[in-house]
Design a protein around this ligand. Sequence first.
Ligand code: ADP
Ligand code: ZN
Length: 730
Amino acid sequence: MTDLIADIAINAPLKQLYSYRVDAAHGALLQVGMRVRVPFGRRTTIGFVIKLSQGEGKGLKAVKELLDEEPLLPAELLKLLRWAADYYFFPFGQVIRNALPGGLGSEKSTTSILSEPVYRVQDASIGLRGERQRNLRDFILTAESASLSKIKELFPEPHATLKRLVELGSLAVHEEERLRDPFLREEIPADKQPQLNAAQQEAVAAITGQLNQAAFHGFLLHGVTGSGKTEVYLHTVRHCLEQGRQALILVPEISLTPQLVARFRARFEQQGKTIVALHSGMSAGERYDAWRQIMRHQVQIVIGARSAVFAPLGDLGLIIVDEEHDASYKQSEGFRYNARDLALVRGQQQNCPVVLGSATPSFASYYRSEQGALTRLTLERRVHDEALPVVTLIDLKEEKSDLALAPSLIEAIQQALEQREQALVLLNRRGFAPFLLCPDCGSSFHCPNCEITLTYHKGEGRLRCHYCDYVATIPETCPHCRGINLQPQGAGTERLEQELEELFPGARIARMDRDTTGRKGAHRKIIGEMLAGKIDILVGTQMIAKGHDFPGVAVVGVLGADSILNFPDFRSAERSFALLTQVAGRAGRAKGGGRVFIQSYHPEHYALVCAAGQDYADFYRQELPFRQELGYPPCGHLVNMVFSGNNLAQVRGVAERVGEDLSRFATAVDVLGPSPCALSRLRGKSRFQILLKAAERGPLRQLLLRFAEKLNQLPKQVALAIDVDPVDML
Ligand code: ADP
Ligand code: ZN
């Protein structure tokens, strides 16, 4: 006799699937994609059913408990997750857990399905006393059935009346599943439906052409801010929905892009389409509800950040990745996937076009469009033909200043204020000053857990580590020499804000960075005030360069461009170019064109010059030889292996041993290191890295596969993270 066998991915740091026997009672209900509880070693754990088959069950342990009534993972998604587990060398069970909304894959799942009473009229002929009873009954009669929350919207405190009507036999009541709605109480703007211009029409035609064939095709939609990319998304999504398929839109961070979500809702909700947003501000319960709705094909459009690439859409017709260059698409811890790359894989697997959109495409995507792997669609001009901003590079070697702001930038802000226009100043460093220095003995303050100086936060009166959040009070004297002249060095947004207040008394100044937007809604409030003209000068980190149009901004200043440029990473020029181009794009919508000032000691650097000219093609041309020569992505492939642990000598020893082994067997792969990471200590752990570099992916994978077993057997005290296609290599 054969048994039903389930192959199960277990939420443990192991790669393989495990086989379990399924007894008849469970077998009748069990489906692929459900969660089960299974014995594992001496305990039980949660697993995901990946495959069901008939076979010999003797000697296998049995599935203990079924946790779902319907599958959580459609077959299409399991295929993608399987691919990702292999590609990123990450355990399948944990990949699944990462994909699911919070809580569902963990041992103590806290998310539950909510339900609420729903009322129907059982006997309309029963005579009722009182207007309230009759009104309530008539409302329910017209609506056919009504949930308690619906009733409450019209009849405050309806409980007693409802209870009475049920007792009388007038109404019947039963429990129904209730979905949590995270959109409640949000405003939707009126939908403008502009006629597309020629460039937009061409882009839409190219994409819908592939949509009609239900074929995979990768597009790069390159267009400056305001060139009408979002309008292209809206049109192609409509086309996708008309074919009865679902659309997935990825954005870097949904709380930073409420305008985009609002525009999709404005366009599609009136047509009866259901849009679901997946984002970190949602509770686990809200996400669980959204997930089930998507699974059941009750949703046509999903908009979400990185992890939404795993939304359980079974009938996907189109994927859009907005701001595709954004580094946040790469998860930098644990399961280190890149949602932009997985979007392309998913498009291939589910036969649908994928559109990567950006004003400043990632170097990799642009390279692929040059190679023909992606079709590039370009929107050259802004829709309303506003002038592009005039960008000035301020040479700090010439324009010396004791202040953070150079004189010509101060003057430009002054002029803007006089004309009642707004200014935006970007400095990508929060806090008052990056460190506190004792000029008498030269010592500064370091995080005890990390190899990094502590940032001085003046308002808060603390020194803070920006990596591990270690905090210390500010000492009055230097702990080394007892000197009393401790001085903050350099400037962060907090100091800049103070400087602006001193320079422009009376101006309304606000700051937007992680310190001022911690509370829910704080970010949106600042943006609202900016749009309403209640702020004259907005200071902030890169947050202010993202997603938002501020039509009243006439002057944009950029400080600290050099620290981005000098970042120890081969992508530093690319990042500088993108950030500067994006922030420059925030200006110039104002009548008369905006002005942008970038302060730097290296104003001749091509990343700055090209950003000033808003010239992507030129930047690409100058960056390419550098990547080619060094074999850096996209002209080569990288895998970063990071070893970490409490004991420095042990971590180094393990890294060295692995490094020797790898070098011995490596063919067509460069094994670089081990060497201490740029952040050689982080959160109390010592860190070493080995960088693997190869012209082709194949040999790199083979080398890692060959070592996969061994790498699982490192001493417990040393953790190894394998980062395929790393983005952050500190
Ligand atoms: P992007 O996404 O590239 O920044 P948007 O699609 O948001 O550009 O377009 C910028 C503005 O121009 C929006 O307010 C949009 O409604 C409007 N717009 C887009 N396309 C057109 C068009 N063809 N005609 C008129 N207005 C348009
Ligand atoms: Zn620290």
